[in-house]
Design a protein around this ligand. Structure first.
Ligand SMILES: [Mg+2]
Length: 234
């Protein structure tokens, strides 16, 4: 049945631009710094535990990640980590906050084609400054009618952002847990665009039985999908 999609929400990190690769690079550097104290696998595990533990205190993003690296360094060295190593970890975190913004394929053209026809909303978590910086550097800001930098993405988040239009809204993103499942829960469409690198925390089972769930390899499929839903496909 044809319907007009009023609002289309886009995740930012690893949906519009590269992100996780910078975390992986920094993790590899972190493992080198602490190679004398812990095996890489074990260190990665401890770091993930620290990140999960700290989400409720620091929220998502690079600042919390940096603090979790320091906490993990203290743990695995039994409190003996030297100030120089801490300084290197802090520098690695600051480096992440300066990383170049590399948009993913079809992003610019897709947003341009949809702008004006739907209300486009960017919905992202992470550090406020960092997300604002990346949006400005991406040159994509003008396509969006609204930008929501939120502390977490739950059903309540989508209910608030999509408001009266939950049933005629769509969310697009690379995280099943944050972008897709909660959007489906409020009755919206959920379009999963997997990225080769996705943080373990964001993994979840695919809701393949949900009629409003779709998956595509990149954003080039989005225009045709919207035409199909709206019954305007030629
Ligand atoms: Mg993402």
């Amino acid at each position: 049945m044809a319907q007009h999609l009023h609002t289309i929400g886009f995740d930012a990190d690893d949906t519009l631009w590269q992100n996780e690769q910078f975390f992986r690079m920094t993790e590899a550097h972190f493992a080198e710094l602490l190679a004398d104290h812990a095996e890489t696998d074990r260190l990665t595990e401890r770091l993930l535990e620290a990140e999960k533990r700290n989400l409720g205190h620091y929220g998502f993003g690079i600042k919390g990640f940096t603090l979790s690296m320091i906490e993990t360094a203290i743990e695995v060295t039994d409190g003996k980590v030297d100030a120089q190593t801490i300084a290197k970890i802090l520098a690695a975190g600051r480096e992440m906050l300066r990383h170049p913004v590399e948009t993913l394929p079809y992003v610019g053209d897709t947003l341009e084609a949809l702008a004006g026809r739907h209300r486009l909303v960017l919905i992202t978590k992470g550090d406020l400054f960092d997300q604002e910086r990346k949006l400005a550097a991406s040159g994509l800001g003008d396509h969006f009618d609204a930008v929501e930098i939120v502390s977490d993405k739950s059903a309540a988040t989508y209910r608030r952002v999509f408001a009266d239009h939950c049933a005629d809204a769509m969310m697009i993103g690379n995280s099943l847990k944050s972008d897709i499942l909660p959007a489906l829960e409020v009755g919206s469409w959920g379009v999963y665009v997997p990225h080769a690198l996705t943080w373990t925390y964001e993994h979840a089972d695919k809701p393949e039985m949900n009629p409003r769930y779709r998956e595509m390899t990149d954003l080039s499929g989005l225009g045709p999908l919207i035409q199909e839903i709206e019954g305007t496909k030629r």
